[in-house]
Design a protein around this ligand. Structure first.
Ligand SMILES: Cc1cc2nc3c(=O)[nH]c(=O)nc-3n(C[C@H](O)[C@H](O)[C@H](O)COP(=O)(O)OP(=O)(O)OC[C@H]3O[C@@H](n4cnc5c(N)ncnc54)[C@H](O)[C@@H]3O)c2cc1C
Length: 472
């Protein structure tokens, strides 16, 4: 046999599983990466990792109940996830953060709210996702893990229901266990159209992750009869369709209305929530604001400048990318960008029902006047009137793809399950290539890296256990 364990993919899932397999006793480990650079989408990421009951969380004085993360994750996903693997991953999420920190991942002391969680669980890495890769790769090399770059694994080799190796570039490499950690399929339009159709608008949908996210796990699944799950799951962010610049959050001084001209949420909601809220609304929304927000009157610049709930220690203060005077001027006349001197004219231009839209804005201005958003609970500091012409309505759709969630079905030890219901011997999976971990609502910043690291560790442990057992 050439190796004890072969890991496919060098993102956080691959690095965490390789290092863990080594720590748990596997001797010869090879990590194969298709691209010329290590790190996949992980290295491009914001580097926020969700975790409950880590040392950092305790040191920050934040109390988190034993299974609160699991319960909140189940609730936000209306139980529509693979509860077994999710429970094990969530229960060990704090320990996984500690493990990453012990391996040199430079977390800030201050935690943030990951999404709609009850307490801060977002652990932010100084240097973002690249710093995670920069910390773990040297650890892997020191541990003797071999890296093979620029080699795309084409095929899983299997014999009698058991995976026994991989084929890459015409060469076959044999091993005791294979861990698939190939990321998602955002870079593959055919897979997006087939498996994430609610995200697919030809000519408009764009992906913000790594080039290597081509969905090779789906080909592997076909080769070995693995079960796949998680159709239409992932993360879509709102975009006006004028460019491919992704913008994670809406400024607090906007209102978001549906095609009936009605407001439906606190506009400062996490992006995963906004994604979910648009689904039953035909995946179309209109971001509405006024001239004062673009060119604040004297004395109000600071008030309008404080536009975001989310403040990340590893990120410059968020600033609007699309909702600025320059962009509105540049795209004036674009079919998605509407402006008018009156709310009625704006509604006509955007195709919204005039009376309903005018009523929505009037109601919002009353709430602003009263100083409290008793309809949707947006924080008072974001409440500014929409009353200074010209008015703007920008049509947005969830077309910026940051994550895909259709992938290999795994058990609570990251073992891949076959379509026949049996575990496929010798095969494990972790990270974005798995299915059933992301539910109908993307639960917040940090959940993907947390599952890549946590399930990656589970896969490394299980693969090493199998290798050691085979030696006896
Ligand atoms: C801009 C951006 C910001 C993000 N920010 C955050 C964040 O702050 N927090 C968070 O939790 N999530 C975030 N995410 C999501 C998160 O980064 C990913 O879900 C996570 O990194 C996936 O890790 P992974 O190890 O599963 O896959 P990846 O990191 O994508 O690694 C997979 C690797 O496998 C390689 N590969 C694929 N096929 C093959 C093959 N056949 N043979 C060999 N190699 C192959 C790929 O080239 C790639 O290097 C963000 C995503 C993006 C795009």
């Amino acid at each position: 046999m050439d190796f004890d364990v072969i890991v496919i993919g060098s993102g956080l899932a691959g690095l965490a599983s390789a290092l863990t397999a080594k720590e748990r006793g596997a001797a010869d480990i090879l990590l194969v990466e298709s691209e010329g650079v290590l790190g996949g989408s992980t290295r491009l990421s914001g580097g926020v990792v969700m975790g409950s009951r880590s040392r950092l969380q305790r040191e920050a004085g934040i109390e988190d109940g034993g299974d609160d993360l699991f319960k909140e994750y189940m609730a936000i996903n209306v139980w529509d996830v693979a509860a077994g693997p999710v429970e094990r991953w969530a229960a060990r999420s704090g320990e996984t953060i500690d493990w990453l920190a012990d391996h040199g991942v430079p977390f800030y002391e201050r935690l943030i709210f990951s999404g709609d969680d009850r307490r801060p669980r977002g652990h932010c890495v100084n240097g973002g996702g690249q710093a995670i890769v920069d910390a773990l790769v040297p650890r892997c090399r020191e541990a003797g893990i071999e890296f093979l770059l620029g080699n795309r694994v084409d095929e899983l080799v299997h014999d009698n229901g058991r995976v026994t190796g991989v084929r890459a570039g015409g060469e076959e490499l044999t091993c005791g266990s294979v861990i698939v950690a190939t990321g998602g399929f955002g870079a593959n339009p055919e897979h997006l159209a087939a498996h994430y159709p609610i995200a697919w608008i030809p000519g408009e949908t764009f992906y913000i992750g790594a080039d290597g996210a081509r969905g090779d796990h789906l080909r592997f699944a076909g080769q070995v009869g693995a079960a796949v799950t998680g159709e239409n799951r992932g993360l879509r962010m709102l975009n006006p369709g004028v460019d491919t610049m992704h913008e994670a959050f809406l400024p607090g001084w906007t209102i978001l209305v549906d095609d009936r001209g009605q407001r439906f949420c606190d506009e400062t909601a996490p992006y995963g929530i906004l994604d979910s809220l648009l689904k039953p609304r035909g995946d179309v929304g209109y971001v509405v604001f006024d001239h004062a927000a673009l060119r604040p009157p004297p004395g109000l610049a600071e008030r309008y400048g404080d536009a975001y709930k989310q403040i990340w220690p590893n990120h410059a203060k968020f600033k609007p990318k699309h909702y600025t005077a320059d962009v509105m001027e540049q795209f004036s006349g674009h079919e998605r960008v509407h402006s008018a001197e009156s709310l009625e004219a704006l509604a006509r231009s955007a195709g919204l029902p005039e009376a309903d839209f005018a009523g929505t804005v009037a109601r919002y201005n009353q709430l602003v006047e009263a100083g409290e958003d008793t309809d949707f609970g947006k924080a008072a500091r974001f409440l500014n009137p929409i009353s200074t012409a010209p008015f703007y309505a920008v049509e947005v759709r969830p077309t910026a793809i940051a994550h895909t969630g259709y992938g290999l079905r795994i058990d609570d030890h990251a073992r891949v399950i076959g379509v026949d219901g049996n575990v496929i011997e010798g095969l494990y999976a972790a990270g974005e290539c798995t299915g059933g971990i992301v539910g109908p609502t993307y639960s917040g910043s940090g959940s993907s890296l947390a599952s890549a690291a946590g399930v990656g560790r589970m896969a490394g442990e299980a693969a090493a256990r199998a290798v050691l057992a085979a030696r006896v």
